[in-house]
Ligand binder design. Structure first.
Ligand code: ZN
Length: 200
C-alpha cells in the first residue's frame, strides 16, 4: 500500500509539517524504502518499511516514524511477561503479551510487543528463526515500556513451550535443542531454563 501525503490545507506553514498517517501495529507495512526514510520506531526489511512499535505513523519531510502509544498501562520496564509469538520475521518476532509475573490474572488488555534479533540471546544471532518459532510461548523481560520491546537474554528467559513445525506435536527439550517425540524433528530455540516445566 502506498502512503499519500495527505496535505489538504497545510501548505502555508510548510516548514516542519508532520502528517499523522494512521494507527499501526508492530509489523504493519507503512511504505517503501525508496519513498521514505526510516525514522524512530520504523525498520526496513527487503526494501519495505515496517512499524516496530504500536502507535501513530507520522510523516515529517521524507522521514516516516512511529510515535508509540502505550497500550499496556500495567506493563513497566523490568517486568517479566509471558506471551505467544504471533509473527516471526528476519529481524524480529512479534509477541502477544498475555500475563505479567506477579499478577495472578490475565492482563486486562493484551498488546503486541517486539523482540528484536539483537535482544534474543547473548552473542550474535544471524536469523531470529533459529531461536524463536511461530506460536512459541515465551518468557521475556520488558526493556522499554513505551515501545514495548522485550529481551530474552537471561537464562531464565526464552521459549517455554513450542510445537513441532512439521507435525504440531509438542516439542521436548533434549540438551540444547528441542526434539519432537512424534516425528523426530529437531528444532533450535533460545530455550528458557523453565522449558516444559509448566511454570514460569
Ligand atoms: Zn513432529
Amino acid at each position: 500500500m502506498k502512503m499519500r501525503n495527505s496535505s489538504r490545507s497545510r501548505k502555508r506553514n510548510e516548514k516542519k509539517v508532520s502528517h499523522v498517517l494512521k494507527f499501526v501495529m508492530p509489523g504493519d507495512r507503512i511504505g517503501y524504502a525508496e519513498e521514505f526514510l526510516a525514522g524512530e520506531g520504523v525498520y526496513e526489511e527487503g526494501g519495505e518499511l515496517f512499524a516496530a512499535v504500536a502507535g501513530y505513523a507520522v510523516l515529517s519531510n521524507k522521514t516516516v516514524s512511529v510515535k508509540p502509544v502505550k497500550e499496556l498501562p500495567q506493563i513497566l520496564r523490568g517486568d517479566v511477561v509471558l506471551g505467544r509469538v504471533v509473527d516471526v520475521r528476519n529481524s524480529m518476532a512479534l509477541v502477544e503479551i498475555t500475563r505479567k509475573k506477579g499478577l495472578d490474572r490475565d492482563l486486562m488488555h493484551t498488546g503486541i510487543a517486539a523482540l528484536h534479533v539483537s535482544n534474543v540471546q547473548n552473542g550474535y544471532l544471524k536469523d531470529i528463526n533459529s531461536a524463536i518459532g511461530y506460536m512459541d510461548i515465551i518468557k521475556a523481560r520488558v526493556i522499554d515500556e513505551e515501545k514495548l520491546t522485550l529481551s530474552t537474554k537471561e537464562p531464565e528467559m526464552g521459549v517455554l513451550k513450542s510445537i513441532c513445525s512439521v507435525c504440531r506435536h509438542e516439542l521436548v527439550r533434549d540438551g540444547n535443542v528441542l526434539r519432537c517425540p512424534n516425528c523426530g524433528n529437531v528444532e533450535k530455540r533460545k530455550i528458557s531454563k523453565s522449558y516444559g516445566k509448566g511454570e514460569w
